[in-house]
Design a protein around this ligand. Structure first.
Ligand code: COA
Length: 179
């Protein structure tokens, strides 16, 4: 394994702002501005979690808001050229681990009904559909599915997190990434 294949899940600071925007534009067609990312980084109730190489390349990231006992996942994106290798799964794992570390009890998110890749990814962590928001996305008028994952604070979930970590690491190693 080359050292350049080492990757880390880490809380992102403003040194990564331009890369956040780059990935946002490539994956989400410019969803949040630089100012919004800066606000998310500065807000103690927000988390911006990145997957970063030793050369400080940001491969992908996810964001959440802590709202009382809830972790609301607001953003998830992996650079297009690195998708399909297990990196998105590692980021969602990191968001759930950090949520548990912050004593949050459940996670929620909205996802486009057409985004089968993301829906499959979230369901692999036990997210379930609990509702639908009609015409949620302004430009396309597409509906959002509301997903949630409960019991983050339980011992059962801690065990699941450990198992998922092993499974994710093995899959990433096979693709040349050492998490
Ligand atoms: C969604 C996204 C973050 C997934 O990242 P990724 O690194 O490609 O995902 P992974 O390789 O970790 O895949 C994890 C799981 O997602 C699902 N998945 C990923 N790509 C898929 C595809 N093209 N079709 C169907 N399922 C897919 C699979 O269940 C996969 O697990 P498997 O490999 O065991 O089958 C990435 O596609 C992305 O950035 N999309 C654009 C932005 C976006 O839609 N964000 C989500 C907003 S809620």
């Amino acid at each position: 394994m080359n050292s350049e294949n080492r990757i880390y899940l880490k809380e992102i600071d403003q040194n990564f702002l331009s890369q956040l925007r780059e990935i946002d534009c490539a994956c989400l067609g410019s969803f949040w501005s630089l100012e919004t990312y800066q606000r998310e980084i500065d807000n103690p109730n927000s988390l911006v979690l990145g997957l970063v190489t030793e050369d400080h390349e940001l491969l992908g990231f996810g964001c959440l808001w802590s709202i009382l006992e809830e972790a609301h996942i607001t953003m998830l994106a992996v650079r297009p050229e690195y998708q399909g290798q297990g990196l998105g799964r590692a980021i969602v794992w990191g968001l759930l681990k950090k949520s548990r570390d912050r004593n949050l009890e459940w996670a929620t998110l909205e996802v486009r009904v057409s985004n089968q890749a993301a829906i499959a990814l979230y369901k692999s962590f036990g997210f379930q559909e609990i509702g639908r928001r009609p015409n949620y996305y302004e430009v396309t008028g597409e509906d959002a599915l509301l997903l949630w994952c409960k019991g983050l604070h339980t011992q059962e979930f801690a065990t699941l997190l450990e198992n998922w970590h092993d499974e994710i690491s093995v899959k990433l190693l096979a693709k040349g990434w050492n998490l």
